[in-house]
Design a protein around this ligand. Structure first.
Ligand SMILES: [Zn+2]
Length: 272
């Protein structure tokens, strides 16, 4: 009983001190582990990942990944600045790398560290399709979805060690980080996000790709191609990014407002 009271008290403390505002939704989110701790871990893991994989350089595809990545990052910076969140991305160190691998996969780690697997390019098909994948992955990072998952891991651990309230700079943070991002033994294999996080990333991602000058409907077409792939051997990407008809119809219904948002930034034509 006593430990239950202590736990509820801890949970309350944690909620009071550990919240951040999601600049895209205005929602309060759980952020027990500050970016100042997450980003160095992220950058380190990214470096290790790249050293263990074949990074494609100086090809047309590598250039496309870099170009589209830049445009999505610019769109994010413009949007945040216009909405009073200048400085939100100060600690970001954007990087976009194409990795040689048959896997149909892509991800963005906290701080803007993006990996596109060459195996996803036949599915993304064109620049707009790639922008849809990047917009979505970047949106997970910007909305701190991984951080929230990490915070959830930390609360679980708090439960296990009730009474230990020293949250900051705990060595276990590294472990929780690895779990939250699916790193460690399975480097780069992300755990699935919740359905609401997926939906949020779709919506934010659409807006980013539209501001970057890409037709948001291309995202719906991308997910349709993903769905078609699912018939055979489901791509790795789909184990964490379910491609459902609901998702595709949501994307279609959000596309006009994504374009509306983009027009505020002077974008008048949208590349397919
Ligand atoms: Zn996702």
């Amino acid at each position: 009983m006593k430990s239950k009271i202590i736990l509820s008290f801890l949970a309350l403390v944690v909620l009071v001190i550990g919240c951040a505002t999601n600049p895209f939704t205005g929602k309060q989110t759980l952020a027990l582990v500050p970016n100042s701790q997450i980003l160095p871990m992220s950058f380190q893991q990214y470096k290790e990942f790249l050293s263990e994989h074949q990074v494609v350089k100086n090809t047309t595809d590598a250039k496309m990944v870099n170009d589209v990545g830049h445009k999505i990052a610019d769109a994010a910076e413009k949007y945040l600045k216009a909405n009073g969140y200048e400085g939100y991305l100060t600690d970001y160190r954007w990087e976009y790398n194409l990795v040689e691998s048959p896997e149909v996969n892509a991800w963005c780690m906290p701080g803007g560290k993006i990996v596109i697997y060459s195996g996803i390019l036949p599915v993304t098909k064109n620049e707009a399709g790639l922008a849809a994948v990047m917009g979505h992955e970047v949106a997970h990072a910007l909305a701190n979805h991984g951080q929230q998952r990490m915070s959830a891991g930390q609360i679980q651990q708090l439960g296990a060690v009730a009474g230990n309230i020293a949250l900051a700079n705990k060595p276990e943070n590294q472990e929780i980080f690895n779990t939250a991002y699916g790193l460690g033994s399975n480097l780069g294999v992300m755990l699935p996000f919740s359905r609401s996080h997926e939906s949020e990333a779709d919506q934010i991602g659409l807006m980013l790709m539209a501001i970057a000058g890409y037709e948001p409907i291309a995202a719906a077409e991308l997910w349709e191609r993903m769905q078609a792939q699912e018939q055979g051997t489901p791509p790795e990407f789909l184990s964490t990014q379910p491609s459902s008809s609901t998702r595709i119809s949501n994307i279609r219904s959000w596309a006009p407002s994504a374009k509306e948002e983009a027009r505020k930034f002077g974008v008048t034509s949208f590349r397919k």
